[in-house]
Design a binder for this molecule. Structure first.
Ligand SMILES: Nc1c(NC[C@H](O)[C@H](O)[C@H](O)CO)[nH]c(=O)[nH]c1=O
Ligand SMILES: CC(=O)[C@@H](O)COP(=O)(O)O
Length: 139
């Protein structure tokens, strides 16, 4: 049994609760344990995962968050830099599932976060587990 770290950016708590429920259910269904850490926004997720990884306690990571377009270029910065940071860690060999929604409005976010609809939290957890299994296979 592995321990998976769920890193969540709690910018939109009600939407994050759905992502969290999906991710936790997927990890438990796969027979693994999980812990959760919380940061303010999606931009903090890559750094939080890098810091938590120093403990050596986690086999894989799930990044959860919601970025909703506002009026300024901030949307692009948060969306692209959070994804870029996660990908940089992935290419270093971290098993990470990216469950950061980047959407136009709350309705789009709900349709994707809800475990009974898009279940992107569950999907991100499954992606993290797939990379973890690949790493084990090719270790
Ligand atoms: N606008 C959103 C943010 N912005 C906050 C940043 O992620 C970050 O916390 C801040 O710039 C301090 O470093 N975060 C989200 O997760 N979602 C957003 O829609
Ligand atoms: C991520 C965003 O674009 C948003 O939350 C920030 O809104 P704004 O661009 O209106 O400041």
């Amino acid at each position: 049994m592995a321990t998976i770290l769920i890193a969540e950016a709690r910018f939109y708590p009600h939407l994050n609760d759905m992502l969290l429920a999906g991710a936790r259910a997927a990890i438990e269904a796969a027979g693994h344990k999980h812990e959760t850490l919380t940061v303010p926004g999606a931009l903090e997720l890559p750094g939080a995962i890098a810091l938590a990884a120093r403990s050596g306690r986690f086999c894989a990571f799930v990044a959860l968050g919601v970025v909703i377009r506002g009026e300024t270029y901030h949307f692009e910065v948060v969306s692209e830099e959070s994804a870029r940071g996660l990908m940089a860690l992935t290419l270093q060999g971290f098993a990470i599932g990216n469950g950061i929604l980047t959407v136009e409005n709350e309705a789009q976010a709900t349709a994707r976060a809800d475990p009974s609809q898009g279940d992107k939290g569950g999907g991100a957890a499954q992606a993290a587990l797939a990379l973890f299994e690949l790493r084990e296979k090719y270790a």
